[in-house]
Design a protein around this ligand. Structure first.
Ligand SMILES: O=C(O)CCC(=O)C(=O)O
Ligand SMILES: [Fe+2]
Length: 352
């Protein structure tokens, strides 16, 4: 683990509390806990998850991430994801823009496709640095498999709460189909100059994000609020959130909230910031549209939307095209002006 002992998260910065969901209770079908989860998913769209049983896997992923980020930049650059909209591989610091004026980001990413991990030692998309290969079996595959299991359980809860025929959402996330699901390690260097954004405001592209961090810096802009608020890292609790794909499929019932990463506040600023995430995303061929024919609840929710919101939640493209478009226009090299920034936006349009 890259950080040994951390000072307390500062108490004098705006912080947003999250509901705490107990994964063990969710797994056992506890109705009360399912209600807490659904409340979180339909309000802010972020919650803490306890008892997920992944602590050791996450620690191992942090170690793998540190070993990889410590490689020389020239070596990491041979695995760069490129400007065509692919996500898998390495993203160097400054490759993304954080706003319409074209300021660049301060985060380094390593993204490992679930399809490459599960097919190992075969390759579906690409190769990875030696530090990843060395830990594929001991570290990456177990983390990917456990993350999939947890996210699939949560997806099943949403499926039933939304009144969808049994297994509908899970079918859209079949592990038989290739998808944008990926494990991501993020490094943000310590002592960033004030005002520099580590990662610009965005909504996540896929269905569910399963995030682990120790050092603060993640911020949310809750609905109806004008001030960005930190999400406090709590040891042992994962931070989970809804992504755009689930917002679209549910006709806006599940909420994909805008968030960003700022330099860590207070004494946390003196530490490198590491995140470990698993992004759960629909199969590449799944068409993103509200499931109005499959659920009266979703049909009703869509019926209440403004025409503008209705159009925004019915892009009618596949999950793969959605991901490619959003990533492509996040890349600094593809920026020609505010219009390319706008072209990369998701369901948060109108909120940035
Ligand atoms: O590092 C974090 O806390 C959040 C990262 C994030 O929002 C993302 O990778 O989409
Ligand atoms: Fe995100």
């Amino acid at each position: 683990m890259p950080v040994a002992i951390l000072p307390e998260f500062p108490t004098d910065v705006p912080t947003h509390p999250l509901l705490v969901v107990d994964y063990e209770l969710i797994k056992s079908g506890n109705e009360q806990e399912i209600d807490v989860l659904y409340k979180a998913a339909t309000s802010l769209g972020f919650w803490y998850l306890k008892n997920h049983g992944c602590d050791e896997d996450v620690e191992n992923m942090f170690d793998m991430g540190a070993e990889t980020m410590n490689l020389p930049l020239e070596e990491k650059m041979t695995y760069e994801q490129g400007d065509g909209g692919s996500s898998f591989g390495y993203k160097h610091r400054g490759a993304y823009i954080v706003n319409a004026s074209g300021e660049t980001d301060q985060s380094e990413f390593l993204n490992i496709a679930k399809d490459d991990a599960l097919a190992w030692p075969k390759q579906v998309y690409r190769s990875y640095p030696s530090t990843v290969n060395a830990r594929m079996e001991s570290t990456v595959i177990p983390f990917v498999k456990k993350s999939i299991e947890i996210n699939d359980t949560i997806l099943g809860v949403f499926n039933d709460k939304l009144g969808l025929p049994k297994g509908t959402l899970q079918k859209f996330h079949s592990m038989e189909e290739i998808s944008g699901c990926e494990a991501r390690t993020i490094k943000v260097p310590k002592n960033l100059p004030l005002g520099k954004q580590a990662l610009g405001a965005h909504t996540d592209y896929g269905s569910l994000s399963f995030l682990h961090n120790r050092v603060g810096g993640l911020q949310v802009l809750p609905p109806g609020v004008d001030e960005w608020q930190y999400v406090k890292p709590v040891p042992g609790l994962a931070i989970c959130n809804i992504g755009d794909a689930l917002t679209i499929l549910s006709g806006g019932i599940l909420h994909s909230n805008i968030h960003r990463v700022f330099p860590p506040p207070g004494a946390h600023a003196k530490f490198d910031r590491w995140s470990q995430v698993f992004f759960y995303r629909p199969g590449d061929s799944i068409v993103l549209r509200p499931l109005v024919d499959e659920s009266p609840l979703i049909a009703e929710a869509v019926g209440r939307l403004s025409e503008e919101r209705k159009a925004a939640l019915d892009p009618g493209v596949t999950a793969n095209d959605w991901n490619i478009r959003r990533r492509k226009y996040a890349r600094m090299k593809n920026m020609t002006g505010p219009e390319t920034w706008k072209a990369g936006r998701g369901t948060e349009q109108g909120r940035v």
